[in-house]
Design a binder for this molecule. Structure first.
Ligand code: HEM
Length: 332
């Protein structure tokens, strides 16, 4: 286990009843600067998340919200999880049905497409012999990992840029410099994308503040001793990385949107920067995601200006605008 992470991670799997959790959290908070958050005896939750959090800010910012969350769960613990399970499984069944129909259509058609599904269906000579269920699984993984992350980051970048006109101006300067001498329909080149230093910084600062992915899942391959706690072999752990992003020791004035902090490229490779995960499971779509958001910002910021109209924004347990983030868009 990375010693850097010890500052942040501690876990608590109470074998007892759920009502014990808030107290055990407080016990731990009282004695150290890190916090274990919630585990569960409920099979579904136990198998899927054992969540960990830690930061000096936790006491003031996270705990009150978490406490509310736990109380909510306590009201109808089983009802809640069963409902989540039912909705999730219904959703997955629907997607599988749509993908099965699409696969049948593709197989029956003489038209070829240049997309991932086509390659998975037609590249049968590769060493990866995937059956239909595995192909569907791959597509769902990519849809799930690649869609919401990029769209939420784009939405939050638009919001932060709206709220920080000086950052928007700097971003626009960067993009107008790229567009100089280009015809309107001429697209940007790879080198031009790579030159977008400030835009990349905006994407990282957006990801840090909005924390689109709250944490990473891992499974212990052996017993792991962490302080006086032992995480037994075979446990699934949800390493809750979100609060690391608000640590004032790592990011001075952590709640301030300050893209300039990322102009020091070293920050991206610090081992506490887990915006795209880490290790062998680092997000494979990292550069694609950054390129997609940057390209969107390029066209959006050079073509339009916008005013915020509204839309409820939730930041916990994850960033989302349940009814959309509403803006009025005007030609620039
Ligand atoms: C702003 C955009 C994105 C963010 C913030 C993001 C973040 C993450 C994070 C935190 C992980 C977990 C890594 C770990 O466990 O260490 C992950 C995994 C993954 N991401 Fe992304 N991602 C983004 C875009 C994308 C895109 C565009 C794709 C593909 C089209 C993608 C595909 C994946 C896949 C397949 C995994 C699982 C990798 C594995 O378990 O080996 N992501 N991503």
């Amino acid at each position: 286990m990375d010693p850097e992470l010890n500052r942040y991670i501690l876990l608590n799997e109470s074998k007892g009843l759920v009502p014990g959790y808030p107290q055990s959290m407080l016990d731990i908070l009282g004695t150290r600067n890190i916090a274990a958050v919630y585990g569960s005896t409920h099979k579904y939750i136990r198998n899927n998340m054992l969540s960990l959090v830690g930061t000096p800010l936790i006491k003031d910012r996270l705990l009150p919200r978490l406490d509310r969350y736990i109380k909510m769960c306590l009201c109808d613990w089983d009802g809640l999880t069963i409902d989540i399970q039912r909705k999730t499984m219904d959703g997955r069944r629907n997607v599988i049905k749509i993908l099965k129909e699409l696969i049948d259509k593709r197989r029956a058609s003489l038209v070829t497409y240049d997309d991932m599904l086509e390659h998975l269906l037609r590249d049968v000579d590769t060493k990866y012999k995937l059956d239909d269920d595995e192909i569907i699984d791959q597509i769902i993984t990519i849809l799930y990992s690649g869609y919401e992350t990029v769209t939420t980051t784009s939405m939050m970048a638009v919001k932060y840029l709206h709220d920080h006109p000086e950052a928007l101006q700097e971003l626009r300067d960067e993009h107008f410099a790229i567009r100089k001498g280009k015809a309107a329909e001429e697209s940007i080149t790879w080198d031009e994308y790579k030159s977008m230093r400030f835009t990349r910084a905006v994407v990282f600062e957006t990801l840090r503040l909005a924390t689109v992915v709250n944490g990473e899942l891992r499974k212990t391959k052996s017993d792991i001793k962490l302080n006086e706690f032992v995480i037994p072999k075979g446990w699934r752990i949800y390493v809750y990385t979100r609060e690391i992003n608000y640590d004032p020791f790592l990011y001075p004035e952590p709640l301030k949107f300050n893209p300039c902090r990322w102009l020091d490229k070293n920050l991206e490779s610090h081992n506490y920067c887990l915006l795209f995960g880490g290790g062998s499971r680092l997000c494979p779509g990292k550069e694609l995601g950054i390129a997609t958001v940057s390209t969107f910002l390029h066209y959006f910021a050079t073509t339009y200006r916008w005013e915020e109209i509204g839309g409820e924004m939730l930041s916990f347990p994850r960033v989302q605008a349940p009814n959309g983030y509403h803006i009025k868009v005007m030609k620039f």
